[in-house]
Design a protein around this ligand. Structure first.
Ligand SMILES: Nc1nc2c(c(=O)[nH]1)N[C@H]1C(S)=C(S)[C@@H](COP(=O)(O)O)O[C@H]1N2
Ligand SMILES: [Mo]
Length: 307
């Protein structure tokens, strides 16, 4: 796009990175701040600004009905279409998130404190499950970086561990001894601080439903969905790489990094394509789920070994 061409108005259903980019720029504009880089990007265009060469690849928000009735949440059910019903009475109040470990200010936040302390914004992200399906979801939430700033990680902190709630009396799947409950996940500290990484408290403009990870969950859009842990109750800054649920169960199938990568197949199926829920046919899987800007985080790493 040349600098004199005005940008077309975006529809609600516009492609994710473009919409996200504009949402954030409009937010900056509304706040009376336009950074030099945002100004430059607006003039020069970004790769995401190009219209998709194949219109079939345009991203459209997944229908809410589908997103709320097709879920992975092993604490409730192994059947994706049974989670919503199994989770409907899950008690999300009161809720507390404890942040501890290698931080100057360990803290406990209620969900109400989180929502009022950290300004909530909309982020429309693609979500790619390691099983080969994907959605486009309009989250409300805030960058995890804001919460990390609040607790002040110590210099020794290199990783962030996340823990889901352990409540077998409300979560039938947790009575199964074949899984190492509670569900755990982890990120390197720089990944956790990266602006795309959010804690989500809402979806489709409403409080997060239990089946989608309410009242608060992690969302890391360039990684397979299993990294985006639901119902977070504890966040721990640590020096060593955290133990994670799926990596502990099957390390040869689920790596710690779990970056979406079409050229690293799952041992039991291809990752080169995916099925967008609500569409027929398939689309090519994108490296980093299309969020190429994260590539510098992995410079010098072999993405095939550190899958
Ligand atoms: N606590 C917990 N978090 C979880 C899971 C889970 O089973 N338990 N499943 C993960 C997987 S595999 C995926 S694909 C996403 C699905 O999120 P969604 O149901 O909101 O689409 O949640 C992730 N977070
Ligand atoms: Mo998944």
């Amino acid at each position: 796009m040349d600098s004199s061409t005005p940008k077309p108005e975006l529809s609600r259903d516009e492609i994710t990175p473009q919409k996200l980019y504009l949402t954030r720029r409009q937010f900056l504009k509304a706040a009376g701040v336009v950074s030099a880089s945002a100004f430059l990007a607006a003039c020069l265009g970004t790769p995401e600004d190009a219209s998709p060469t194949d219109p079939a690849l345009a991203d459209v928000q997944t229908k809410r009905e589908l997103a709320e009735n097709f879920n992975n949440y092993y604490e409730f059910s192994l059947s994706k279409t049974s989670v919503a019903e199994a989770a409907k009475d899950f008690n999300m109040q009161p809720w507390q998130v404890e942040v501890d470990g290698l931080v100057r200010n360990p803290k406990k936040y209620t969900i109400e404190e989180i929502v009022s302390l950290f300004p909530q914004e909309e982020r429309v992200y693609r979500m790619r499950c390691v099983e080969g399906w994907s959605m486009v979801l309009p989250w409300q939430g805030f960058p995890l970086a804001r919460l990390l700033e609040d607790v002040e990680p110590l210099p020794e902190a290199q990783y962030v561990g996340f823990m889901s709630i352990l409540r077998p009396e409300e979560m039938p799947g947790q009575t199964s001894l074949s899984f190492p409950w509670p569900y755990l996940e982890g990120l390197r500290l720089d990944e956790a601080r990266y602006d795309l990484t959010i804690l989500a408290t809402g979806l489709y403009g409403e409080a997060l439903s239990p089946q989608n990870g309410g009242p608060i969950r992690l969302v890391v859009p360039w990684k397979y969905g299993f990294k985006s842990l639901k119902a977070v109750v504890r966040i721990t800054l640590q020096a060593d790489q955290p133990v994670t649920f799926w990596n502990a169960i099957a390390p040869q199938e689920y790596g710690f990094y779990a970056n979406v990568n079409p050229s690293v197949d799952h041992p039991r199926w291809t990752q080169s394509e995916e099925r967008r829920i609500g569409e027929t046919g398939s689309r090519p899987t994108l490296l980093f789920n299309g969020y190429d800007e994260v590539a510098p985080l992995y410079e010098g790493m072999d993405l095939r070994v550190n899958f």
